[in-house]
Design a protein around this ligand. Structure first.
Ligand SMILES: [Zn+2]
Length: 445
């Protein structure tokens, strides 16, 4: 190319589904211009030697708890630096902050306080709790989140009579809708206070997920629906058949209930039995769970040290999700292409952002990894002030280098960036009849 590129990065890169030795030309806007064997740089040249290059990840599910609580264990600064260190270049932040982001004014206030404090890009979702909320948020929000049941900072839950109008309004807004799919009508009446993840699984049983998903699938066919944190392999199979997106979390894929444990295993939806976990894992390994997301819930170690029934639900994970799964790929437990698709490529596509692939026109958000360099996860050393990890002691492969728009924000595994992250919003086409992929299914009265 005449004149060369502002920056050239050379290394073995994940291009078209495999590693190839390439040179990546990056323009002054931080976009990938060309990928070739040999390119000329007008500015910097970065040779990554033995490291392998992957696109940075996209995490569709994080709670930075900023503004508000429930405890002061995270902020946009620490949360996005943790993302950067974990190889995540784009994060969806959920609206259940304090106050709940349920109208345009609150969304704009949150975006204003986030700007200037972000190490990576953030997509701010708004709450789809009512048709009024969706109407107000539609011009600004990066997407919508619906909680069908009470959870952290969502209490009381959703009015079930509003489900049909909310799904219709969300579909017509053109915004993607991620749903916490537990149907509270399927929870058994409260009995003794839960003392373990096994008790918690009985309190919020698998049937609640199945019921919620069936109700959601009755929504408009043109709704860009995504089921958050599925816990059952059969849920993944069911939603795939309906051409609906879903995600699984590392904890539902790797951890199961125990008769005796602590609130450090308390999360919503609950951890499931070993048999259910194994079934979800098998679907994931086979590539039938499209997306991996952390559901990063950074409750402080002291807050989680309370009795099981008093402690809040949720587990941290934004910094460890991709590194943990890169190590699982290294050891052959899951194919690397499955991990790349689930943590890097598909979440970016679902949002409609030009990241997640090493391809011309995509942003040069890249990570460089040494698959021989494993280290054990130590919760106290992670960037989040939460100070713990559900995967304490497990091996992980953290990126050595993370480039944002071609510029290093992590070098030698240390954060070296500045708060150059942006609040980004995909360009959504408003839903029009012509774009509806199929007519809505018949509604029973
Ligand atoms: Zn969540």
């Amino acid at each position: 190319m005449a004149g060369g590129f502002e920056r050239v990065v050379a290394g073995r890169a994940w291009v078209r589904g495999r590693f190839e030795p390439v040179e990546i030309g990056i323009d002054e806007e931080g976009r990938i211009g060309r990928i070739a064997k040999d390119l000329r740089a007008t500015g910097d040249r970065l040779d990554l030697g033995d490291l392998v290059l992957l696109p940075a990840g996209t995490d569709l599910h994080a709670h930075f708890r900023d503004p508000g609580g429930p405890d002061p264990a995270e902020s946009f600064s620490t949360g996005t630096e943790g993302a950067a260190l974990g190889g995540v270049g784009t994060v969806v932040d959920m609206p259940n902050t304090q106050p709940m982001v349920n109208d345009r004014e609150r969304w704009e206030a949150k975006a204003a306080m986030a700007r200037g404090r972000l190490a990576v890009d953030v997509v701010l979702f708004g709450s789809a709790e009512s048709t009024r909320s969706i109407r107000s948020l539609a011009p600004v929000a990066g997407g919508l989140k619906l909680y069908l049941s009470p959870t952290t900072s969502v209490d009381p839950g959703f009015d079930p009579t509003q489900l049909a109008p909310v799904l219709e309004m969300a579909a017509n807004s053109g915004l993607p809708l991620s749903v916490h799919a537990e149907w509270p009508g399927s929870f058994p009446p409260p009995s003794i206070p839960p003392k373990s993840s096994e008790d918690w699984n009985r309190t919020r049983p698998p049937a609640a997920e199945t019921e919620a998903v069936e109700r959601l699938l009755k929504g408009p066919a043109w709704l860009r629906l995504h089921i958050a944190h599925v816990t059952l392999g059969r849920t993944a199979v069911r939603v795939a058949a309906a051409q609906v997106s879903c995600e699984a979390t590392p904890h539902h894929l790797l951890l199961a209930t125990k008769a005796e444990d602590s609130a450090f295993r308390k999360t919503n939806p609950p951890l499931r039995t070993e048999a259910d976990r194994a079934e979800l894992w098998a679907e994931f390994v086979a590539g039938r769970v499209p997306i991996l997301a952390s559901d990063h819930a950074p409750h402080h170690v002291n807050t989680k040290s309370q009795a099981f029934d008093k402690a809040p639900s949720g587990l941290p994970g934004i910094e460890t999700t991709l590194p943990l799964f890169l190590d699982l790929a290294r050891s052959g437990r899951v194919p690397l292409p499955v991990v790349v698709a689930a943590a890097i490529d598909r979440p970016a596509r679902w949002l409609g952002l030009p990241v997640g692939r090493i391809a011309p026109g995509h942003r040069a958000n890249l990570i460089a990894v040494d698959f021989r360099s494993r280290r054990r996860i130590e919760g106290a050393k992670l960037r989040s002030p939460a100070g713990w990890s559900p995967f304490e002691g497990k091996f992980a492969i953290f990126p050595q280098v993370h480039l944002r728009d071609g510029q290093p924000i992590v070098e030698g595994g240390e954060f070296v960036g500045r708060p150059t992250g942006r609040v980004v919003r995909p360009e959504y086409a408003p839903a029009r009849a012509a774009h509806r992929p199929r007519p809505p299914p018949p509604q029973s009265v």
